[in-house]
Design a protein around this ligand. Structure first.
Ligand code: FES
Ligand code: FE2
Length: 361
């Protein structure tokens, strides 16, 4: 199989701008977790497709707005998360759950602000939907619901994200590489022996059990005998975990979100946000699983496992970062197509979905 994405697409700024619209505004995009938005006025502020978007809890309802004040265009939120009324820091306008300004300092000094005039000043709203504990947003436009967008992956994501327990780590970094290089790297195990000999390779995840669902895909992989043996010694400690997975499971939610679990005992969620044509903002969250009450001895086992999961994830992504930055340099030195093996079939399907989305605009 030949690769489908032309090499220039990994560094061309005009392609980056097309992607912003075709992939990051017109598709559902992961922004965070419901448990980080559980209280009235909790918010997350993030960049999606070149827009700054704030997602805020209003009495239990999650609402999304373009994060630019209608008065004179200050960003309303300047932190990536927090809690508080939706108030612009510049002149103090406060917006309600419909995005309409309702408290305006020195209001009589403006011309009439009747209800239609205030409504005309409402913030542009963004769609917000959830799947389990995952929160997604999308620019308003005709288009599919989140359930339809995720298709058969929806139920899997509900069960995975609902089983997630305490947050163990959040690892953020800028990778000097196009976001597609980093996503493609996570979709194949061909590189594992060379890039992760002392880390991920030791799990021995193998096989070709791929599932495709529209642009999304997953991989279920049995693990090495040695790993299964070690697991069997501690499995009883994790017997009350809500999701029991036999080995390793990795999902891609197109275009740039991956979720993986090992035995349903630990979870990792990665978001690959394009910063520009040649840089990616990478975030990796690691979670333990939910468990019923544990004895002190069992808690020590869980703590030990959690520590090794954090270290493994950090090492693996440092190794991936280094090779992806090298590949970025390589793509700018050639115009040739590459080739893909059977083991890289999810890369091929990712590229097919990507080219399909790009040809839609
Ligand atoms: S710019 Fe926001 S209140 Fe003036
Ligand atoms: Fe890797």
């Amino acid at each position: 199989m030949k690769t489908l994405i032309p090499t220039a697409f990994y560094s061309d700024p005009s392609i980056f701008h097309r992607e912003q619209s075709a992939l990051f505004q017109d598709q559902w995009h992961f922004v965070g977790f419901t448990f980080d938005l559980k209280n009235h006025h909790d918010y997350i502020c993030t960049e999606v497709g070149g827009y700054s978007v704030v997602i805020q809890n209003f009495d239990g309802d999650l609402k999304g707005f373009h994060n630019v004040c209608s008065h004179r265009f200050s960003p309303i939120r300047t932190n990536s998360c927090g809690n508080g009324v939706l108030q612009c820091p510049y002149h103090g306008w406060i917006y309600n759950r419909e995005g309409i300004p309702y408290a305006i300092p020195k209001r009589p000094r403006f011309e009439t602000f009747d209800a239609p005039a205030l409504e005309a000043l409402s913030l542009e709203s963004w769609q917000v939907e959830t799947c389990g504990s995952l929160v997604f947003t999308k620019k308003p436009a005709n288009g599919v619901s989140l359930v339809d967008y995720l298709g058969e992956s929806y139920d899997d994501l509900v069960s995975i994200s609902s089983a997630v327990g305490p947050k163990l780590d959040c690892n953020e970094m800028v990778i000097k590489s196009n976001w597609k290089i980093v996503v493609e790297n996570t979709l194949e195990s061909y590189h594992v022996g060379f890039i992760h000999p002392q880390t991920f390779n030791k799990l021995g995840a193998s096989g070709f059990e791929f599932k495709f669902n529209g642009p999304h895909s997953s991989w279920t992989a049995p693990l090495a005998d040695k790993v299964n043996k070690s697991w069997s010694r501690v499995a009883s400690t994790f017997s009350t975990r809500p999701l029991q997975v036999d080995g390793y499971l990795h999902h891609l939610i197109f275009p740039n979100l991956t979720i993986a679990t090992t035995f349903g005992a630990s979870f990792s969620v990665q978001l690959f946000k394009p910063l520009n044509a040649q840089e990616t903002h990478f975030t990796s969250w690691v979670f333990s699983t939910q468990l019923d009450e544990l004895s002190n001895a069992q808690e020590s086992i869980v703590d030990m496992m959690n520590q090794s999961v954090i270290e493994l994830n950090r090492s693996v992504f440092a190794e991936d970062k280094a090779i992806c930055e090298q590949v970025q340099i390589g793509t700018s030195r050639t115009g040739k197509a590459g080739v893909l093996s059977e083991e890289e079939y999810r890369v091929f399907e990712f590229q097919k979905a990507y080219m399909g989305a790009m040809s839609s605009i």
